[in-house]
Design a protein around this ligand. Structure first.
Ligand SMILES: [Zn+2]
Length: 234
């Protein structure tokens, strides 16, 4: 599977284009905020064969571009975590709800399939994903993973974690979600919703927000959470 990270201008969100080199079938993870990703992918020649759109969560910087992307690639099947549906339903007015900015409000687009913890997805014949539900940053955020990569949205970042001070966030759920996430194989390359890629192992060893997991597992504390430091990203 080829993995291309496309960092969009709006909110510096990372969207991902995944392609099966044998068949050319493509999958997009997250859509960005507006029609920027649709324009970038729509301009590629030869024309991309996007068969699925996987949403990690329904914050508008990640899902606000869904309608535009679906217009470009109407055959693509869109997946959303089941528990994220209530937040997705706020998408038309989320700009106002979360940031007090009504000009950010967007139409939703269409959800074709909902995914639940443990689900396995197959797109074309060469792209397979498992789904891990990791609520906390949002009510139903989740991670899609293969044998080599995991797409975590705003659950985990290189050296940070997703914020839990938004409406519908829950810091206790976030703690248990990170605990579950960090039980997956350490070699998995973490493709986050913002910032550079990392690996689960590297974050387990060094992420300053994961001291509690290291303590539980008896891993030597080799980082310290700086006093007053807060997660950085949306
Ligand atoms: Zn988010």
């Amino acid at each position: 599977m080829n993995v291309e990270c496309i960092t969009l201008q709006a909110f510096q969100v990372n969207a991902y284009l995944l392609q099966d080199p044998a068949s050319g079938v493509g999958v997009v993870v997250d859509t960005g905020f507006d029609d920027e990703l649709a324009a970038i992918l729509g301009a590629q020649q030869p024309r991309l064969d996007i068969q699925a759109i996987l949403l990690t969560h329904a914050h508008f910087d990640h899902a606000g571009g869904l309608a535009a992307l679906q217009q470009r690639f109407p055959q693509a099947v869109t997946y959303l975590p089941t528990l994220e549906k209530p937040l997705f339903d706020t998408l038309p007015w989320q700009g106002e709800l979360v940031f007090g900015a009504p000009q950010f409000n967007r139409p939703c687009g269409r959800i074709d399939r909902e995914v639940q913890d443990g689900a396995e997805l197959e797109v074309g014949s060469g792209l397979r994903f498992r789904f891990l539900s990791t609520p906390g940053h949002t009510p139903g955020q989740g991670c899609y993973y293969t044998d080599t990569h995991i797409f975590v949205g705003d659950t985990l970042f290189a050296g940070s974690i997703g914020r839990t001070d938004f409406p519908m966030s829950d810091s206790q759920s976030m703690e248990s979600s990170l605990r579950r996430l960090l039980q997956l194989p350490g070699h998995l390359i973490v493709c986050s919703g913002h910032g550079p890629e990392t690996t689960l192992e590297r974050e387990l060893q060094t992420n300053p927000f994961l001291d509690y997991i290291r303590r539980e597992r008896g891993i030597a504390l080799n980082s310290r959470r700086p006093f007053g430091r807060q997660p950085r990203w949306n």
